[in-house]
Design a binder for this molecule. Sequence first.
Ligand SMILES: [Mg+2]
Length: 229
Amino acid sequence: MTIDADNKKNLNKVPAWKDIETVLLDMDGTLLDLHFDNHFWLQHVPLCYAEKHGLSADEAHQQLMDRYAAVRGSLDWYCVDFWSRELSLDIKQLKHDIASMISIRPDVVTFLSWLNKNNKRVVLVTNAHPVSLDLKMQKTNLHVHFDNIINAHEIGLAKENEGFWEKLQDVEAYNKQSTMLIDDNLEVLECASHYGIKHCYGIGRPDSQGDIIKSEKFITLNGFKEILP
Ligand SMILES: [Mg+2]
């Protein structure tokens, strides 16, 4: 059996922690199970949209998939106000309705506590709309672990958009060489690594009930204990 490049790259995932000052963390799919969001957008919203507009489940699903595809990767895609307007649905309320499904991924609290204890600067950097961010912090209490919380809506670009990581410096100055980013979105990692952030990690299975994410370029984590010393 040969060890392929992917396996080799994954053999030792633990970074040289002494070289890392700042840890930038994504929320959905990284710290929280993406299953909530997938269920919300792919099942709950289509159902409510079908009811509201008198469509069959299939019609509603197809219409929404087309609408999602048209704005994927832009800030609108993550905007609660945009979708409330576009779909004539109270997206905030709909999220609250199924908020009991919001859950923290395994070992997240252990990992965050370790970062806090070891004096790393811990920053949440999310594309989530403030309404969604507030709801998730309220449900999980993870906010206590962060030195700063930044959402892309205040930057005016999504994390996968050209220029985001540079613009972030204006509100959260960081040294690219001593910064780690963990994000389940490979486009985000590509953009950040292109800008020069040295330690970029992905997530192996962002949705606990979804597919495994594979990357040729980035190490993907199956759990946070893999990178603790
Ligand atoms: Mg994410």
